[in-house]
Design a protein around this ligand. Structure first.
Ligand code: COI
Length: 376
């Protein structure tokens, strides 16, 4: 059974995990060191003892499913990814519930997006079974690394890259897929506080027909200079406008964006193919609708938001993503405007949606759409 879109049953998960040969480290992190790392996790700085790995060869397909010691990869200087950036990734989390069990959120959606990204980057498709199986196998091996503190989780980073040593410009015939894991707290250093956004009117992250809707490292590389400009202007994140007209909101450096209007409707940029279709984004559209709010995907002109913040028709703005969860925006800044969002405090609906989403993820409230999958 190899698919890119099925939903895996708990009974099937056992068989998928069993495909992974666990080659455990002989130098595990001492308990005290691990506990110290779990006590104050900072985003993406500390990694667990193991990583999941599957190799791909054009002539053989996917082979050698294993869990191995986390450590540096040895790469030939001619490795294709170092030259042509043929690489994709995903972002997911494992959450510890009060009873000690460990769960993840909508892994099938991430698996499906990973397959779409692979297609766009001419990388081989990984089945949803291997994607979910690799995550479960790694989380079970490193279960002690899943934190239990408020707002903390084990961030999972599946990625795939062209590992063939070859300088010709063509899809690589050798590819590696790995999953690494890092205990994390809030993505923004200040915790769950309103962040400021710099709207970049000079640079674009991606354009029509490009790679913008793939979770591709190059999109993030393209966001770094604008993100630096955002920081130079005293902001936490950059917001990109569409490359075709430079007038409509698209996405932030590493997360999607929502605008809440004064009639309670919730708006987010409609998918154009040039920015990422966030799993958190689609979940919020669903939850907002469930809560009786009109949830609208449409083209959102920057001018409408800037004017709306001045006249009160725009009530709240928030960012969302796996890493960012739901983060209130307190200020929107550009070369010709500087607007506070509401009274600068987290918006009420923003925090309600955040509470419901994290409640589902941490098992505190009902999961009406069956989004959670138990891993361990
Ligand atoms: C995520 O939200 O998981 C992301 O991938 C964003 C980012 C940290 C690049």
């Amino acid at each position: 059974m190899t698919t890119t879109s099925s939903s895996i049953l708990p009974s099937e998960l056992e068989d998928l995990v069993a495909l992974f040969d666990v080659r455990g480290t002989d130098t595990p992190t001492p308990d005290a060191e691990r506990e110290a790392a779990l006590a104050s996790p900072r985003f993406g700085t500390v990694f667990t003892d193991h990583m999941a790995r599957i190799s791909w060869r054009q002539e053989d397909g996917w082979l050698d499913r294993r869990i191995e010691k986390y450590g540096p990869l040895q790469l030939d200087p001619a490795t294709a990814v170092l030259h042509y950036a043929q690489e994709i990734f995903e972002g997911m989390k494992a959450y510890r519930h009060d009873d000690g069990s460990v769960w993840t959120f909508r892994p099938d959606a991430n698996a499906a997006r990973f397959a779409r990204s692979a297609h766009r980057l001419a990388l081989p498709a990984l089945s949803v079974e291997d994607f979910v199986g690799s995550i479960a196998a790694l989380v079970r091996t490193d279960a002690a690394w899943v934190p239990s503190g408020e707002d903390s989780s084990l961030y999972l980073r599946p990625f795939m890259f062209a590992s063939e040593a070859f300088l010709g410009v063509r899809p690589a015939a050798e590819v590696e897929y790995l999953v690494i894991a890092s205990p994390v707290g809030p993505y923004f250093a200040g915790g769950v506080k309103p962040v400021s956004i710099w709207v970049d009117e000079e640079y674009h992250r991606a354009g029509p027909g490009g790679t913008g809707d793939a979770k591709y490292g190059g999109n993030y590389a393209a966001s770094l200079l604008p993100q630096q400009l955002a920081a130079d202007n005293g902001c936490d994140q950059v917001c990109f406008l569409d490359a075709a007209t430079n007038t409509h909101l698209e996405e932030l450096g590493g997360m999607n964006v929502f605008v809440v209007m004064d009639d309670g409707s919730v708006h987010t940029p409609e998918l154009t193919g040039s920015f990422l279709e966030g799993v958190t984004r689609s979940s919020i559209l669903r939850l907002a609708t469930d809560r009786g709010h009109e949830a609208v995907e449409r083209r959102i002109p920057l001018t409408e938001v800037v004017e709306g913040l001045a006249d009160g028709t725009v009530r709240e703005i928030f960012a969302c993503g796996t890493a960012a969860v739901v983060t209130p925006v307190g200020r929107l800044l550009g070369s010709t405007f500087d607007r506070q969002v509401g009274d600068g405090e987290p918006g009420a609906l923003t925090m309600e949606i955040r509470e419901q989403l994290t409640g589902i993820q941490y098992g505190r409230v009902a999961d009406p759409h069956g989004w959670m999958r138990r891993l361990a």
